[in-house]
Design a protein around this ligand. Structure first.
Ligand SMILES: [Mg+2]
Length: 229
């Protein structure tokens, strides 16, 4: 297939969110004198994953998501008197500074940029998404950046992909557009539903769902092997 447009998810696809988030969590909790051990982070992580699922299925909105994940963590840890909204603000501020790219991603994007139009499709929060791409100095490589939080619809919703197609200054065609992302439920399901080819970045994890990507790769830099076919 000859693709013209590549739609990249960013967190845990291009950006090492896992590592950045762990560090931002430590900075945020540490500044308040709170325990930020792996055990405590595991509690937050479990709650955060569940809250994002609720957001994707539209049970809660992005404003609620921001503080509820921290409020619920405080509750689970039995800590009182610390506001989830404060934790959220501090965490997001720290996250801008702690996020890094996966190895060789800057080179990958620079190479792809000469042959394809690159786009960002992200469900992240507006305080951090563009700021992180700018800090990492890769924002200029993208033709369009669609942040769910700015348009109040998110992957995997069809309306989100409508926005992506409308957002591009160049016309996208479904047959020539490839979605690349690490989330089966938002990136791959969303792309599949919209009639796009999809590439799952699995980080070596097995697929335990019924969602079927067109391609699977372990790390994003391997996307080059698909594009060469
Ligand atoms: Mg992701």
């Amino acid at each position: 297939m000859s693709y013209t447009d590549l739609l990249f998810d960013i967190d845990n696809t291009l950006l090492d969110f896992k590592n950045g988030s762990r560090q931002a969590f430590s900075l945020t909790f540490g500044a308040l004198g709170l325990d930020h051990s792996d055990e405590v982070y595991a509690v937050y992580n479990r709650i955060n994953t569940a809250i994002w699922k609720q957001f994707e299925s539209r049970e809660i909105d992005a404003v609620t998501l921001r503080y509820k994940r921290f409020d619920d963590t405080m509750k689970a840890l039995g800590i009182e008197g610390i506001d989830g909204k404060t934790l959220s603000t501090n965490y997001l501020k720290n996250l801008i500074q702690t996020t890094t790219l996966y190895p060789a991603v800057e080179q990958l994007l620079t190479n792809l940029h000469s042959s394809y139009r690159l786009h960002v499709i992200t469900n992240g929060l507006k305080e951090v998404q563009r700021a992180r791409l700018k800090r990492l100095n890769i924002d200029h490589l993208f033709t369009s950046i669609t942040v769910s939080d700015e348009i109040s619809v998110a992957k995997p919703q069809t309306a989100y992909f409508d926005h992506v197609f409308d957002n591009s200054p160049f016309k996208l065609t479904k047959a020539n557009t490839l979605v690349i992302g690490d989330s089966l439920t938002s990136d791959i399901q969303g792309g599949n539903n919209y009639g796009l080819d999809t590439c799952w970045v699995n980080h070596g994890k097995p697929n335990t769902t019924a969602i079927r990507p067109t391609y699977s790769i372990a790390e994003v830099i391997q996307v080059i092997t698909i594009l060469k076919k």
